[in-house]
Write a protein that binds this ligand. Structure first.
Ligand code: ADP
Length: 684
C-alpha cells in the first residue's frame, strides 16, 4: 500500500502510539527485542533542549501596570508558542493532557526501484512512515536503488549507499584491491581466484600460464573471462588458452578480468550452485560489519561436468546466475524455501550437515572471507567518502547492503566470485502466465530472506538507536566489549541454527555482527587503511581524489623520507612515473595527479628501497610505523578530523576499539600480540 507524500511535513512525523491489537504477530514479538525501533521513544533528552521559547521570568515587584499587562500578554504568547511546538514535535503538554505521541522514523523510498516492495513491507512492520514519491522536508533514511548519486543527495539523514562503492566493486577495481592485499598477505587472500586484468596484464597472464604449464605438464587449467562492469553473467565465457581467439579479439575493446576457473565445485544433486550472502557495511569508521545468517543458493539447471572444449558454451552447466538459468526449461520455481532452483542457504547448510560436512568450519571460513574482503575495500572507500562527504561539511551518513557471491569448492572451502554493490532486493519474479504474457508473482524464498535483511538493517540504522546505546548493545550482542577474546569458531552456534544461550536476546534477528566483534583477529590486516589515512591527509584540497606533486613532496618532507639515498629530484621522478602510468592504466583523462592505487605503489616502492630485507609486508609495516611516528595522522571520521587517534583503529584519542587498550601509548607493547591472528590460517 503506497502512502501519499506529506506536504506539510510536521504532521507526518506525528503518529499515535501503535495499538497492540493491530501489530503483526511476528513483529510484535520482535518489537520487544528491538527496543530502539518505532515503539521506543525517539529521544528523551532532546525535549529539554529543543524548546526555544523558555518561560518568561516573573515580573519584578513595583513595575507599572501597563508594563505588567504587556509582560502578561507576552507570556501568554510565549506559552501558546510552546504548546504549538510541543504538538508539532509530538510531545505531551505540561499537564500531560495531550495524547501521547512519538516521533516516527521517515524513509524516502522514491529512488528505491526494485527494492520498493520489500521495503514497503518492512516499513509497515516497523510502523515507520514511507515517502514513496519523496518529501519536501528531510527524511531520516533515504533508500537508493542504484548508487549514492541516485539523484540529489540529502544533506543529512542516512543513505543506504556509500559514494564510490559501485566503482570499487567493479570487476577490475575489486581485483586490484584484492591484489594489493594478496601482495601483502598472500596466505590470507587465497579465497579470491588468481586473476589478471585485461588488457594491461595480458602479457603477464600469458607468461605465467606458459611457465606453469612448462613446470607441470599435467596442469590443464580453465579460465573464465568476465567483462568489467558486466553483470548477470553477461559476456562471460570460458577459455583454455592464453591465446584464445575470442579473448584476443576483445582484448583492447572490452576491458575484463580473466580468472582461474574453479573446476571442482561442490555439487548438490549433481548441480553446481553458488551462495548469495548479504553483508551490511553499517559504518566505515569505526568499521562495523554484519553478516546475514541466511542467504540464497542459486542452482545451475544442467548437471555439472568438468569443463572441456565440448561443454564450454553450456551456460546452464557452468554459470549459476539466476537471470540466465531462469530461461532454462529445467528451472524450478518453488513455493518451498527448501527446494527448487533458488533456495535458502540455510536449507543447504542443513543438508550438508546431515551428510556429515563440517558446516561450522565452513561458516568460520565464510565469515573470515567476508571480513578480509571488506578490509580490502575500505581504504579506497574512505578516499571516496572524504571526497564526496568532506569532514565538517553537511552530508548524510551511509550504510550499505552488499551481495557476496561465493562458491563452495569440493573441499568445502569458500571462494569469492564477486561483490555486488547493488544486490537485487526484488521479492517477486516474472512468470509467463500464458504464451508471451508475463506477470510478477511473489517469490516466497526471496521474501523470506530479503525482508528480514532489510528490516534488520533499518532497525540497526534507526536514528533512535544512535541516541540510545543501551538498546544498540542488545543488537550488537556485546560487540563493543573488546576486552573479551572471541574467536569465530567459538561463536558459530547461531549461524548453524542452534542458538547459544547468549544469543537469546536477538535470536529473531538475521544480521549478525562480525566486526568489530572479531576485530582482534583481523586488525593486523588494516595496514592499507593506515596508508589511506596518510593519503587523505596529504590530499590537501578537500574534494580531490588525487594527490598533486606538491602534496607528494610535502608527504616525503613531513615524513622525513628524503635523504642522501633519496633526493627530492628522484622523488619528483618517482611521482611523475607512477602517476602517469596509473592515469594511462585507468584511462583517466580528467583530473591529473596520483590516485590511491598509485600512491600504494609508491609506498611499496619506498618501503622496498628503505628496508632491504623482504617480505614486502614487513617492509611496508616498518615504513608505515615510521611514517605515522613522523607524521601524526589525522583520524578519519564522518564528523571531522581528530588528531592522532589510535595507531591501529584510528578511532579514538584515548581508547582503541581494535586492541582494546585504554591507553594508546601502551599499544607498542601489544603490537606483537595483534600481529598473530588467532583464527586459523585459511588453507591450513
Ligand atoms: P556476473 O557479475 O556477470 O554475475 P560473476 O563473477 O558473478 O559475474 O560470474 C557469473 C557466474 O560465473 C557465477 O555466478 C559463477 O557461477 C560463475 N563463475 C564466475 N567466476 C568463476 C570462477 N572463477 N570459477 C567458477 N565459476 C565461476
Amino acid at each position: 500500500m503506497s502512502q501519499p507524500a506529506a506536504v506539510g511535513g510536521s504532521e507526518a512525523e506525528l503518529e499515535p502510539e501503535p495499538q497492540p491489537s493491530s501489530v503483526h504477530p511476528a513483529v510484535a514479538n520482535e518489537e520487544q527485542k528491538w527496543p530502539g525501533s518505532a515503539s521506543a521513544p525517539a529521544s528523551g533528552a532532546k525535549e529539554k533542549t529543543t524548546s526555544t521559547v523558555p518561560p518568561l521570568p516573573p515580573p519584578p515587584p513595583g513595575l507599572p501596570l501597563a508594563a505588567r499587562r504587556a509582560l502578561a500578554s507576552l507570556s501568554e504568547e510565549a506559552s501558546k508558542l510552546r504548546r504549538f511546538r510541543r504538538s508539532e514535535e509530538g510531545k505531551p503538554g505540561r499537564h500531560g493532557r495531550q495524547k501521547k505521541t512519538k516521533r516516527v522514523v521517515t524513509v524516502d523510498t522514491s529512488k528505491a526501484k526494485t527494492s520498493s516492495e520489500a521495503l514497503k513491507i518492512c516499513i509497515q512492520q516497523l510502523k515507520w512512515k514511507e515517502f514513496p514519491t519523496g518529501r519536501r522536508h528531510l527524511c531520516d533514511i533515504y533508500w537508493h536503488g542504484s548508487s549514492f548519486h541516485d539523484g540529489e543527495v540529502s544533506s543529512s539523514g542516512q543513505v543506504n549507499k556509500y559514494p564510490g562503492m559501485t566503482e570499487l566493486v567493479r570487476k577490475i577495481n575489486f581485483s586490484r584491491a584484492v591484489r594489493t592485499m594478496q601482495e601483502l598477505f598472500p596466505e590470507e587472500y587465497k579465497f579470491y581466484p588468481r586473476s589478471w586484468i585485461l588488457p594491461e596484464e595480458y602479457q603477464t597472464f600469458a607468461d605465467q600460464v606458459r611457465v606453469s604449464k612448462e613446470n607441470d605438464s599435467s596442469w590443464k587449467p580453465t579460465f573464465i573471462v568476465k567483462p568489467d562492469g558486466g553483470s548477470q553473467g553477461d559476456g562471460i565465457y570460458l577459455i583454455k588458452d592464453s591465446n584464445d581467439v575470442r579473448m584476443l579479439a576483445n582484448l583492447h575493446s572490452k576491458p575484463a578480468v580473466v580468472q582461474e576457473y574453479i573446476s571442482k565445485p561442490l555439487l548438490i544433486d549433481k548441480l553446481k550452485f553458488d551462495i548469495r550472502l548479504y553483508v551490511l557495511l553499517k559504518s566505515l569508521d569505526p568499521l562495523e560489519i554484519y553478516i546475514a545468517k541466511d542467504g540464497l543458493s542459486r542452482f545451475c539447471t544442467e548437471p555439472y561436468q568438468e569443463p572441456n572444449s565440448k561443454n564450454f558454451h553450456r551456460v546452464f552447466m557452468h554459470l549459476t546466475n539466476y537471470s540466465l538459468n531462469v530461461h532454462s526449461g529445467n528451472f524450478i520455481h518453488s513455493d518451498s524455501v527448501n527446494t527448487g532452483s533458488k533456495r535458502t542457504f540455510s536449507s543447504i547448510v542443513t543438508k550438508l550437515s546431515m551428510r556429515g560436512y563440517d558446516v561450522k568450519k565452513m561458516w568460520s571460513d565464510i565469515i573470515t572471507l567476508v571480513i578480509r574482503a571488506i578490509i580490502a575495500l575500505v581504504p579506497e572507500l574512505k578516499v571516496y567518502h572524504q571526497t564526496y562527504i568532506p569532514p565538517g561539511k553537511p552530508g548524510p551518513t551511509c550504510f550499505q547492503i552488499l551481495g557476496f557471491d561465493i562458491l563452495l569448492m569440493k573441499n568445502m572451502k569458500p571462494v569469492l566470485l564477486e561483490v555486488n554493490a547493488n544486490p537485487s532486493m526484488r521479492i517477486e519474479h516474472e512468470q509467463e502466465i500464458s504464451p508471451g504474457l508475463f506477470e510478477y508473482v511473489a517469490s516466497p524464498v526471496d521474501e523470506e530472506i530479503k525482508v528480514a535483511i532489510i528490516r534488520d538493517t533499518l532497525c540497526l540504522v534507526d536514528p533512535a538507536l544512535k541516541k540510545n546505546n543501551r538498546h544498540q548493545s542488545c543488537l550488537t550482542d556485546g560487540a563493543a566489549d573488546s576486552d573479551k577474546e572471541e574467536t569465530i569458531e567459538a561463536e558459530l552456534h547461531d549461524m548453524n541454527g542452534t542458538p547459544s544461550s547468549k544469543e537469546q536476546n536477538w535470536s529473531s534477528l538475521c544480521l549478525k555482527q562480525v566486526f568489530p566483534k572479531y576485530s582482534r583477529q583481523f586488525s593486523y590486516l588494516l595496514i592499507v587503511d593506515r596508508i589511506a589515512l596518510l593519503f587523505i591527509r596529504f590530499l590537501g584540497i578537500k574534494g580531490s581524489m588525487k594527490l598533486g606533486p606538491t602534496g607528494f613532496r610535502t608527504f616525503i618532507r613531513t615524513c622525513k623520507l628524503s635523504n642522501s639515498n633519496l633526493s627530492m629530484a628522484s622523488v619528483d621522478i618517482l611521482y611523475i612515473d607512477i602517476a602517469r602510468r596509473w592515469n594511462i592504466i585507468r584511462g583517466d583523462r580528467g583530473e591529473s595527479g596520483m590516485c590511491f592505487q598509485a600512491f600504494m605503489e609508491a609506498i611499496f616502492h619506498l618501503a622496498q628501497r628503505r628496508y632491504k630485507t623482504p617480505p614486502l609486508r614487513e617492509q611496508v609495516e616498518a615504513l608505515v610505523n615510521f611514517l605515522t611516528d613522523c607524521s601524526p595522522t589525522a583520524s578519519f571520521s564522518p564528523n571531522g578530523w581528530d588528531n592522532l587517534g589510535c595507531r591501529f583503529c584510528r578511532n579514538a584519542n584515548q581508547s582503541c576499539s581494535v586492541i582494546g587498550l585504554s591507553d594508546v601509548r601502551s599499544q607498542r607493547l601489544k603490537l606483537t600480540q595483534i600481529l598473530r591472528p588467532s583464527v586459523t590460517s585459511y588453507f591450513m
